[in-house]
Design a protein around this ligand. Sequence first.
Ligand SMILES: *Cc1c(COP(=O)(O)O)cnc(C)c1O
Length: 401
Amino acid sequence: MNSETIIKITNKYGAHNYEPLDVVLDRGEGVFVWDVEGKRYMDCLSSYSALNHGHCHPEIVEAAKQQLDRLTLTSRAFHNDQLGPFLKELCEFAGMDMALPMNTGAEAVETALKAARKWAYETKGVPRHEAEIIVAANNFHGRTITIITFSTEPLYRDPFGPFTPGFKVIPYNDAKALEDTITPNTAAFLVEPIQGEGGVIVPDEGYLAEIREITRKNNVLLVMDEVQTGFGRCGKPFAWQYEDAKPDLVVVGKALGGGVYPVSGVIGSRDVLGLFRPGEHGSTFGGNPLAAAVGRAALRVLKEEKLADRSFELGNYMMQQLRTVKSNYIKEVRGKGLLIGVELVKEAGGARRFCEALQEKGLLAKETHEDVIRFAPPLVITREQIDWAVETFREVMNELA
Ligand SMILES: *Cc1c(COP(=O)(O)O)cnc(C)c1O
């Protein structure tokens, strides 16, 4: 079937909850993907940072194949031989005590919210059902009803109420607002160290350390959502490591599955995750041996290929090169590591048409928040490939000027 036919079928039988570019992919390798007509593209989205290791990384694919032939699912009713070693390696990678495995990012966020509330009642002494969790405006934490309760994007939220009580929204990058909003009933502050979906918003230097200090002082948990920023994407293993801001809980997902399989979880302190008792929380697929084997391989490759260091170096290089593109349409180039946003001015007429022009030239990127083009290629990208991407971007900016 050709692209056109496949898109028709997809649109006829699939709910229209996405608006993909008109490209149908059937193969991927490293930073490249191919469409069904055989045209090659460079992937500069990396499935919203789930593909930090690149497409079909041979070591991760091999680990999955080996595990597929041995054991795929046990449920947590029994132990399996992969989960324990996976959790140990994950905790060591993150410098944390304990982890709780899930499948998707949203489930892991929900898990962190439950953990924080439980900690508030059992350890902090907040009256039952009165715990408050503070979040930041312009956040993205996933799509469950509880999570969209505290979204500030009407598109994500409005048609889906009634909502879950117990959340307060404050401005992002405003430590003073956090201090002013904390009450004796505050359980946690949930925040992204860089807002990815929100348009690659990088907070001021010092913000992360400040919110760590404020939460510590007030006996409030700091929960960082590193689903998109983690595992080297921003030039460090985790983005919180840019400052002295080690959180109590870290939510992880996306790249933990090596671009092969959904693997997520919450990693954190024993004081919080140690509170769960059997039966209080769970997931049929969470921690399954296939997920654990894939997660172990993904962590191994991150270390072996020093992907965080690579992302730091090449991210700085790519941002520097993007800043040499002269166009009246470009408002700002910002980011950390290889999570880069190019914000266009309003007069540019939205980022979508630029993404479509980039697609024509064989570069796949996706607009986020109308006016931002996100460049987040796999961390295995080379300097030469970055040069090509920047030149292609330069051409598009000139042609659509
Ligand atoms: C993608 C994302 C999520 C949700 O992950 P899913 O796997 O899509 O449920 C949560 N938080 C952040 C910061 C994300 O980027």
